[in-house]
Write a protein that binds this ligand. Structure first.
Ligand SMILES: [Ca+2]
Length: 363
């Protein structure tokens, strides 16, 4: 008998967190998570935080644990005006930092001020300063002398010009310095945010009161405090802490399994195995040839979409000729267990649809 089986899975995409109770530096933890899961934990909302804490519920550990958020004070800078056509080669990366800047004092300096003499300083975005707008229409810079926070200044620039100023080279920097006339400092449009290890957008913050503080000027990495409901503090990346990894479960909509089911003579015992293998093919079954089945299953999402694709091979060996119903039950149970072990929600249901395979079907 030959058959083609269709597995239908339904489950939602959900993020699973894993608490790893090994002390590592942030970079070591990042490597560990990338090798064994998806990445260090990314958190995007309060529900994620609940799940994160739940992942450590069986541990007695009560201290700080790394998550994926880090602060790249040197390379994390971007222009608000992110239009490639406005920049010549290298111009997006023109910088004119003053000596010892950017220094991210107190861990909050995410915006950029140009000093009256033309050098730059990183500064908290909420401060009130004059600002320089850029007007794309005539490639000009305009000094606005009333003081505003960066977000208000940016709103003003976008309403009347194009955006907060870009500065692409030394001559442009000199031009703006001239506008400042030796006595004003002003916002320009260079900013940065903290970044997640997996490059997710940084949209959610959950700091312990008083954090981040960039204590000693060396705190670039972020840990969740199990003492403080999972709230964060910035820490020195070379410290050793346990850590949280995450893995996104896959929504898989359809799978097919095909293979010849030979109908051998019945003997006493049953030995079945089902395994999920990410890449390497299994060697052929070494069990008794009689009644043995080698089934390959590829899980394919029904649409070529954002969903991940999971491929798996199921090896199924039996020394006894099993009924179809028995085979189905064993395959289903073992696949379901394996999928849940691999991170799908525990309520994942697996259905088996079976159709007869015609002799000339190629699969
Ligand atoms: Ca500074």
């Amino acid at each position: 008998m030959s058959f083609l089986a269709l597995f239908t899975l339904s489950s939602c995409l959900s993020r699973q967190y894993y608490f790893v109770d090994k002390n590592m530096t942030w970079a070591e933890a990042q490597t560990y998570c990338k090798q064994n899961y998806t990445d260090l934990a990314t958190l995007e909302n309060a529900n994620n935080t609940k799940s994160l804490i739940a992942a450590a519920v069986n541990s007695s550990y009560n201290g700080l644990a790394w998550i994926g958020l880090y602060d790249d004070v040197i390379n994390g800078w971007r222009w608000f005006l992110d239009d490639d056509t406005l920049y010549g080669p290298g111009e997006k990366h023109f910088r004119k930092w003053a000596n010892t800047q950017p220094n991210n004092i107190y861990g909050m300096q995410m915006c950029t001020q140009i000093y009256s003499q033309g050098n730059w300083n990183d500064l908290q975005c909420g401060g009130q300063l004059p600002f320089v707008c850029y007007n794309k229409a005539n490639n000009s810079h305009v000094l606005i002398t009333s003081s505003m926070s960066v977000s208000d200044a940016r709103q003003h620039c976008r309403q009347y010009y194009t955006d907060l100023a870009i500065i692409r080279n030394q001559s442009e920097n000199q031009l703006i310095t001239n506008l400042l006339a030796g006595n004003l400092t002003a916002w320009i449009g260079l900013y940065r945010t903290r970044q997640w290890s997996d490059q997710s957008n940084f949209t959610y913050e959950n700091w312990i009161t008083g954090q981040p503080d960039n204590l000693g000027g060396v705190e670039r990495c972020t840990a969740a405090s199990l003492n403080n409901s999972g709230q964060w503090s910035d820490e020195n990346c070379t410290q050793n802490f346990p850590f949280f990894c995450y893995k996104d479960s896959t929504t898989t909509t359809q799978a097919t399994a095909a293979g010849p089911l030979s109908s051998g003579p019945t003997s006493g015992s049953t030995d079945t195995t089902a395994g999920l293998l990410s890449s390497e093919p299994t060697s052929d079954s070494k069990g008794p040839t009689s009644g043995s089945t080698d089934t390959t299953a590829g899980l394919l999402s029904s649409e070529p979409s954002k969903e991940n694709v999971m491929r798996m091979r199921v090896r199924f060996t039996s020394v006894r000729n099993l009924t179809d119903a028995e085979i189905e039950n064993v395959i289903l149970l073992q696949l379901q267990t394996q999928l849940i072990n691999k991170g799908l929600p525990s309520n994942t249901k697996l259905l088996l649809k079976k159709v007869l395979k015609r002799n000339n079907d190629t699969l």
